[in-house]
Design a protein around this ligand. Structure first.
Ligand code: MG
Length: 375
């Protein structure tokens, strides 16, 4: 039995991690949970899994009343660091959208916990720093994102120097085939209804602007140590091929499955073992055909912004994530329109003077700087 902490337990990925754990009893003990403010969902998770400690963003009192016996309950972002650092923690799932869990992730690596990473903003904003920590503390970090899990699986047993390129697949989001002129007045509900994956609001908006794929390009760049020129994106609306690796001899390995996050989650949790799973398998006769297109970066410029931020490096990718984080928040609060999101990101990237080899303080400082620029 391993002891696991789930940061973001009431989100889409967090809930699916719990489903995987439920499907494999006596393998993982859920020892800690953290959620933003979904108190009732969190209370039912606490009752079922009986963790030792819990962090809630706010509403600490409201959950305390409902529980007996009570676990250790903390609130606020700082408590995430405390939660992951307990000596009885083995593994940490990081699945809180945005960069809230960045410091906690670094802390967990420092404390030699194994990381299962779903939050791409963490690697994008602080990739070199995370890698430095992983090297220094001999840490292990496994991707939960379906594309990165697919690449990771395709690379098992392969020599990395034989990779010609990796191809990240992309559903194209809810506005694939749309023209920019039609995107001006799209409603929040349209943005939030992704054609393939059911996800939380932040990542759904990110998928609609395609910045999510841009984040994934940068995430792959750091995870697999490949130059950006070797990382390509291909639109594949059916969402069956989760990514591919092309080798120098022209062979291409792809990972296919039903679009179900539980599969990459299970792969990571049990790596290097591959246990069986109770979920429905892929039936290609039902899928019938698989199609592919080049991404439309004219209509969805955020993908191109991610490549250029990655090329510049330093704190530029952090400026990309923070400007997106704030722009998406403003969009979800109906303060700006959909097409204002790429405009804001473009403006911030143009104004930002990147610091090279940034430390944690410098990376977090970018967030305050971006906030100030957007006041
Ligand atoms: Mg993905």
């Amino acid at each position: 039995m391993k002891n696991i902490v789930i940061l973001g337990s009431t989100g889409s990925v967090g809930k699916q991690v719990l489903e995987v754990i439920r499907a494999h009893p006596n393998t993982y003990k859920v020892i800690g949970l953290a959620a933003k403010n979904e108190a009732s969902e969190l209370v039912s998770q606490i009752k079922e899994f009986k963790p030792k400690a819990v962090v809630i963003g706010d509403g600490e009192e409201s959950i305390k009343e409902k529980l007996a016996p009570k676990p250790l309950i903390f609130s606020g972002q700082e408590s995430l660091k405390k939660l992951v650092a307990y000596p009885w923690v083995d593994d940490v799932v990081v699945a809180i959208p945005g960069t809230i869990a960045l410091e906690a992730t670094l802390k967990a690596i420092q404390q030699k916990k194994r990381i299962f990473l779903a939050t791409k903003e963490i690697l994008v904003s602080a990739g070199p720093l995370i890698k430095k920590f992983l090297k220094k503390y001999k840490g292990e970090l496994l991707p939960l994102d379906s594309e990165h899990s697919a690449i990771f699986q395709c690379l098992q047993g392969e020599d990395k120097t034989t990779i010609k390129r990796i191809i990240l697949t992309c559903s194209g989001g809810p506005f694939r085939k749309w023209k920019k002129t039609d995107l001006g007045e799209v409603k929040k509900e349209q943005v939030l209804s992704h054609p393939v994956w059911k996800m939380g609001p932040k990542i759904s908006v990110d998928s609609a602007t395609l910045i999510n794929k841009g984040f994934e390009v940068l995430e792959a760049h750091y995870l697999f140590g490949l130059p950006l020129e070797k990382i390509k994106v291909l639109v594949h609306p059916e969402g069956i091929i989760h990514s591919m690796v092309e080798f120098r001899d022209g062979s291409v390995k792809a990972l296919l499955s039903k679009p179900d996050m539980k599969l990459p989650i299970q792969y990571a949790l049990f790596y290097p073992k591959r246990p069986s799973s109770p979920w429905e398998c892929l039936d290609l006769t039902k899928v019938k055909s698989l199609s592919f297109q080049k991404p439309d970066t004219k209509t969805f410029p955020c993908l191109a912004y991610a490549y250029s931020a990655g090329k510049i490096g330093g704190t530029m990718p952090a400026a990309l994530t923070f400007s997106d984080e704030i722009a998406v928040e403003m969009f979800l609060e109906d303060k700006i329109k959909f097409l204002d999101i790429p405009k804001i990101i473009k403006k911030i990237l143009k104004e930002h003077l990147p610091i090279s080899n940034p430390n944690l303080k410098e990376i977090l400082g970018v967030k305050d700087w971006v906030k100030n620029q957007l006041k």
